[in-house]
Design a protein around this ligand. Structure first.
Ligand code: HEM
Length: 269
C-alpha cells in the first residue's frame, strides 16, 4: 500500500488516477536518491571517467538484454503491447556498438558486471515469466529516464571523455524519436490506457520503486568495483595506467578475490 500512498501524496497533494502520474509520484523520492548516488553525482559534475563509463555500459548491456528480450517475448501481452516501441526505444544494439567501440571486437568476453546487475537481470527474467504486466514499471524507469535526464548525460559523457565524434555514445541517441518530450507524452498516454485492477496497479507502482532501487544498487556496486580495480591497478608494479588496454586474467582474478572479500560478489559473462 506504501507505493499507492506516496503516489497520492506529491508536493501539490494532487495526483490523478492516471498511471503515469501515480508512477512519477510514487518514485519521486527514489529518483532523488538515484540522482544522488556517487556515480550520478560524478556524472553531473562532469567528472565521469572512461573506466566508470565502460563498466556502466557493461551493466546497461546486461540490463537491457534482459528487459528487451522479456519485452519481445511478451510483446502481445495486453499490459505490454501499448508500451512496446522497439523501433523507437530498443537500446541493445546501440549498447553493443558502444561496447565494441570501447572494448574491441571481442567485447563479449570482457563484459563484467557486479552482483547487483545480476540481481536486476534475474528480476526482469522472473517478471517476464510470471507477471509480464510489471514490465511496464521497468520499461518506464529505464526508457523515460533515458529520454529525460539521459539526454543531458549523453552530452556530459561526450565532454567528460573528450570524445570528438558520437562514436561510443549510441546509447544516448534515439534516431527514431524526433521529439523526446512529445514521445514521452505519447508513452504516458499509452501507459494510462493499460487496463489494470487496483491490485495490479499497486504492484506496478511498487515494482517501479523496486526498479529504481535496483538501479541505485547497480550504481553503488559499480562504484565499489571501480575503487577496487583502481586500487589493484595502483598496486601493479609496472606503473602502467588504468584502464589497461586489455583486462588481464590476473587483474580479473584479483578483482574477483577482492570483491569476494568485501562481500559484493560478482557475475561475469
Ligand atoms: C544524473 C542523474 C539524473 C538526472 C540529472 C536526471 C534528471 C531528470 C530530469 C530533468 C527529468 C525530467 C523531469 C520532468 O520532466 O519532470 C527526469 C525524468 C526521469 N528520470 Fe531522471 N535523472 C537522473 C537519473 C535517473 C535515473 C538513474 C533514473 C532511473 C534509472 C531516472 C529515471 C527517470 C524517469 C523514469 C523519469 C521520467 C519521470 C516522469 O516524467 O514520469 N533518472 N530525470
Amino acid at each position: 500500500m506504501e507505493a499507492m500512498k506516496s503516489a497520492r501524496k506529491n508536493d501539490t497533494g494532487d495526483v490523478g488516477s492516471d498511471l503515469s502520474e501515480q508512477i512519477k509520484a510514487a518514485t519521486k523520492d527514489n529518483h532523488v536518491r538515484a540522482e544522488n548516488t556517487q556515480l550520478m553525482l560524478s556524472y553531473q559534475k562532469g567528472q565521469i571517467t572512461l573506466p566508470q563509463y565502460k563498466v556502466l555500459l557493461c551493466s546497461l548491456y546486461e540490463i537491457y538484454k534482459a528487459l528487451e528480450e522479456e519485452m519481445d517475448r511478451n510483446a502481445s501481452h495486453p499490459a505490454v503491447a501499448p508500451i512496446y516501441f522497439p523501433q523507437e526505444l530498443a537500446r541493445l544494439e546501440s549498447l553493443e556498438q558502444d561496447l565494441e567501440h570501447f572494448f574491441g571486437s571481442d567485447w563479449r568476453k570482457r563484459v563484467i558486471v557486479p552482483a547487483a546487475t545480476h540481481r536486476y537481470q534475474q528480476r526482469l527474467r522472473q517478471i517476464g515469466r510470471e507477471n509480464p504486466e510489471l514490465l511496464v514499471s521497468h520499461a518506464y524507469t529505464r526508457y523515460l529516464g533515458d529520454l529525460s535526464g539521459g539526454q543531458v548525460l549523453g552530452k556530459i559523457t561526450q565532454k567528460s571523455l573528450g570524445l570528438s565524434s558520437k562514436e561510443g555514445l549510441s546509447f544516448f541517441s534515439f534516431p527514431g524519436v524526433s521529439s523526446p518530450n512529445r514521445f514521452k507524452q505519447l508513452y504516458r498516454s499509452r501507459m494510462n490506457s493499460i487496463e489494470l485492477s487496483e491490485q495490479q496497479k499497486e504492484a506496478v507502482l511498487q515494482e517501479a520503486v523496486a526498479a529504481f532501487e535496483l538501479n541505485i544498487q547497480v550504481f553503488d556496486d559499480l562504484q565499489k568495483m571501480l575503487s577496487v580495480t583502481t586500487e589493484a591497478a595502483e598496486q601493479r608494479p609496472t606503473g602502467s595506467s588504468f584502464p589497461p588496454p586489455l583486462i588481464t586474467v590476473q587483474l580479473a582474478m584479483g578483482l574477483c578475490v577482492a570483491l569476494a572479500t568485501i562481500g559484493v560478489g560478482m557475475y561475469s559473462l
